[in-house]
Design a binder for this molecule. Structure first.
Ligand SMILES: [Zn+2]
Length: 434
């Protein structure tokens, strides 16, 4: 299925949260064709407030390790300079200490403020030492600037304030393998752009950041100057400003464009994953004949066993309802989607009392990594003191676009529009800025 595309002059109204981050309807009269324009330079540190994204890089951290190639301006959130510019740093520690008022220390400099912004010179970027799985750490290069929110307990939250288009390059680097098809990259760029703008306009309005830099939102690994002309950069530039919208009664709005690694054959209704509401593009049930090429153990996964004690402990730690059940006697699926994906789980304690929760929440409570119970497409077998999840299909929540399915479609000749039209049925494309 092909997406319907808003044509110039048709008067498509898009609620564009990116403008002033408010409920402002913006008349969009530009074409949304995907172009092959040369990649634009994403190096500018001038971040337009309306198109900025706030990415949480680190939470409650006591220190940062920073490299810069040039001098670093230091200011508060009102643009007031807090000190002379810092000299170029080479893997220099920045420490947030217990003090009142809050302060941070860089070499001989102590800077006191609750919000400290570190701004690189034009054309320069900041590098931070970041976790890279296991015990590994790597220096990652971030466009835009850093905002440090200092707290009384001596820690800080670190936020990268970045232009949305530059941010998307770092998302594609984190989400899409380098050897994947150009059309997959483009489809992913549009889905990721829509997702981050939706988060900015909804949950982001009530907190200091819009998205995390992890798979909890979408993987963001910064940018690589040497590879700016790569597929990631080209896909972002070719789709610049293009988002997915749904025609709500009050007009066309962007929606929460969920996506996951491997749907396992059918997509999931997003209302069982988050609070984005139920609209046709997210209703699930989309047949996917394309993700069977996904890595072994993801399209279909082997049975995994959890002791009932471990299930009970994990649930009790997180939910009061489950803490009062006592030891777990039974774990069962009480509601399934038409494709048999589990939707609701009931846990019964040894005294006969029971409680229910959505299957996705259940899965990520007993296995927060999502690497063992890879999806909610399973059956549950009672093994006495343990439960075994059998007939496992897919990897991730399965709502919206299936990434391995998108790649399968692209290799079969589908365009980005066709891929998005398949996984978000009824959605349309709109260009919300040039
Ligand atoms: Zn799939």
């Amino acid at each position: 299925m092909r997406l319907r595309c808003a044509k110039p002059g048709r008067g498509l109204y898009v609620l564009a949260w990116l403008y002033a981050c408010g409920a402002v309807s913006v008349l969009v009269t530009v074409s949304c064709s995907i172009s092959d324009a040369a990649p634009q330079d994403g190096a500018s540190i001038e971040v337009h407030p309306a198109r900025s994204v706030r990415v949480l890089l680190a939470r409650d951290t006591e220190r940062l390790v920073v490299s810069t190639s040039g001098r670093l301006r230091v200011r508060d959130q009102n643009g007031q300079e807090l000190s002379d510019p810092l000299p170029p740093l080479r893997r220099a520690p920045i420490l947030f200490g217990h003090s009142s008022p809050t302060s941070m220390v860089v070499g001989p400099h102590r800077i006191t403020a609750e919000v400290i912004e570190l701004i690189p010179a034009a054309g320069e970027r900041i590098e931070l030492l970041m976790p890279a799985g296991g015990d590994k750490e790597v220096m990652r290069r971030y466009p835009g600037f850093l905002r440090c929110l200092l707290k009384d307990d001596g820690t800080a939250d670190i936020i990268n304030v970045v232009d949305v288009e530059a941010y998307l390059r770092g998302v594609l680097r984190g989400e899409v393998p380098p050897n994947w098809h150009r059309e997959t990259y483009r489809a992913q760029a549009i889905a990721a752009r829509t997702y981050v703008l939706y988060e900015k306009g909804t949950v982001g309005r009530n907190r200091d950041w819009d998205v995390t830099s992890t798979a909890r939102s979408q993987m963001y690994v910064g940018i690589d100057v040497e590879t700016e002309k790569t597929k990631a950069a080209r896909a972002v530039d070719a789709t610049r400003g293009i988002v997915l919208t749904w025609q709500y009664p009050e007009g066309d709005h962007i929606f929460c464009t969920y996506y996951s690694a491997v749907c396992g054959g059918t997509t999931q209704d997003a209302s069982f994953v988050g609070n984005a509401g139920s609209i046709p593009p997210l209703a699930g049930g989309v047949e996917c004949d394309y993700c069977w090429r996904a890595p072994k153990g993801t399209y279909r996964w082997k049975p995994v066993t959890f002791p009932k004690k471990a299930v009970g402990r994990a649930l009790a730690r997180r939910y009061d309802d489950f803490a009062s059940l006592g030891s777990v006697a039974e774990v069962e699926v009480t509601d399934r989607a038409p494709d048999h994906r589990a939707r609701t789980i009931r846990v019964t304690g040894h005294k006969g009392k029971s409680a229910e929760l959505p299957a996705e929440a259940f899965r990520l409570t007993i296995d927060p990594t999502g690497w063992t119970v890879k999806s909610t497409h399973f059956r549950i077998r009672d093994d006495g003191k343990a439960v075994t999840f059998t007939h496992g299909r897919g990897w991730g929540h399965g709502a919206g676009l299936c990434q391995w399915g998108a790649e399968g479609m692209a290799r079969n000749g589908a365009t980005a529009e066709q891929i998005l039209g398949h996984y978000y049925p009824g959605a349309r494309l709109a260009k919300v800025y040039e």
